[in-house]
Design a protein around this ligand. Structure first.
Ligand code: HEC
Length: 379
């Protein structure tokens, strides 16, 4: 039953210099599986032991990359494949906007993954016992001594030879370390079926009891007129309407608040006779009109409305706004051009609000009058 197996052989040293020296000797003698124990971090010991850098960095890299790729993938999947929606005119996969989230997920996975892999891969959790635990050797090297331990796993391991070797590097209190066989196939208690069953049963009972207590025994209905009201949920089907949709299109002739319907679409002549400019040509209104004209109209029509476009021929030059024709048009007729566009000129209804369209027209009138002043204007 309790068969003891050899783990290794240990020796104690008194001074830090001795232990660094010992490490160099061990390296020279080509021992591979050995370890040095010191009560505090010792400068130069890694170099003497020729320790390679910890593999933990690779774990961090692997987890970090996994995080970045998973994060980007999920955002790509939802934003450009499952729910493609135009948000502020951005592309479906706006990389710069996704960087903060990607960064957070990368850092989260890298840090959590590094800690967990340290515990489970390097420290071999849940196995939390080590043959050196609770030995006199460990008590000494965690107080004020320095120790060397050559492990039985080393290919060169031979109890007598290692004892001699430790003596040759001035170790004292040389002791072999044994450990019971059953710790090799150590299975921590938490993986025993009984324990797992107990945990599951406990979780089930506690959550069940909580549910019954809070939702049945202690539940008091606060008020129900909101919970059980008759209503239609957006995006959900309904039996109320014949077509089964709960979301309705507005009925014909609906006017949205704050807007005035334009009744002359495709009928500029009618607009010309029926629409009247409601805006007075005051100094303030003309200033707004000029600002809007310079922004929206002047690229093609020129600052004075002469038709001298600044677009270098990328767009057909419009006719002058000082023609006999346009001068004789009513304000309503020009309004129709802004609303509907005209041939190659597109509509500017969505860029300029109703009030400002009239102000632009007042400004065009001012330009026209400036270039075709009448006798009485000069008085
Ligand atoms: C992208 C260039 C462009 C912009 C910007 C533009 N227009 Fe025009 N506009 C044209 C062209 C081209 C025509 C001539 C269309 C045609 O062939 O009938 C035109 C025609 C007109 C006419 C009729 C002229 C005529 O003799 O038939 C008016 C009035 C007019 N535009 C007013 C405006 C106003 C007001 C704005 C600013 C809100 C504006 N345009 C912005 C290109 C433009």
């Amino acid at each position: 039953m309790n068969k003891e197996i050899i783990y290794g052989i240990t020796g104690i040293l008194d001074k830090p210099d001795d232990v660094i020296n010992a490490a160099k000797k061990l390296e020279e003698a080509d021992y591979k599986k050995y370890d040095i124990h010191t009560p505090y971090p010792l400068h130069g010991i890694d170099k003497a032991m020729r320790l390679k850098p910890s593999p933990l960095g690779y774990f961090a890299l692997a987890f970090g990359l996994t995080g970045a790729i998973t994060g980007l993938f999920i955002m790509w999947l939802t934003m450009s494949q499952l729910y493609p929606q135009i948000i502020s005119g951005k592309p479906f996969f706006p990389l710069p906007a996704l960087i903060p989230v990607t960064f957070e997920i990368t850092v989260l996975l890298a840090s959590v993954g590094t800690v967990l892999s340290m515990l489970f891969f390097l420290f071999k959790l849940p196995n939390n016992s080590h043959p050196l635990h609770d030995t006199d050797y460990m008590k000494k090297v965690s107080a004020d001594k320095f120790g060397v331990c050559i492990e039985a796993k080393d290919v060169k391991f031979d109890l007598e030879e290692c004892r001699k070797f430790l003596e040759s590097i001035n170790c004292h209190t040389i002791e072999p370390i044994y450990y019971p066989e059953e710790t090799i196939n150590f299975r921590p208690k938490i993986f025993e079926t009984k324990f797992v069953m107990f945990l599951l049963a406990a979780a089930f009972l506690v959550s069940g009891a909580t549910y019954v207590l809070l939702n049945k025994l202690m539940f008091v209905e606060p008020f129900n007129w909101m919970m059980f009201q008759q209503r239609l949920d957006a995006q959900y089907p309904t039996k109320f309407f014949k077509d089964g949709f709960s979301m309705r299109t507005p009925i014909e002739g609906t006017v949205a608040r704050g807007t005035t319907p334009y009744l002359y679409k495709g009928n500029p002549e009618k607009a010309g006779t029926e629409l009247v400019n409601p805006i007075e040509a005051t100094k303030e209104n003309l200033a707004v009109g000029k600002a809007k004209f310079d922004t929206y109209c002047s690229p093609c029509h020129g600052y004075q409305g002469n038709g001298d476009a600044r677009l270098n021929g990328q767009f057909p030059n419009p006719p002058s706004l000082h023609s006999e024709k346009v001068r004789n048009w009513t304000d309503g007729r020009i309004y129709a051009v802004i609303m509907d566009g005209q041939n190659s000129m597109p509509s500017y209804a969505s860029q300029i609000k109703a009030e400002d369209r009239w102000k632009v027209i007042n400004y065009i009138r001012t330009l026209q009058r400036a270039l075709n002043a009448k006798e009485e204007d000069l008085k």
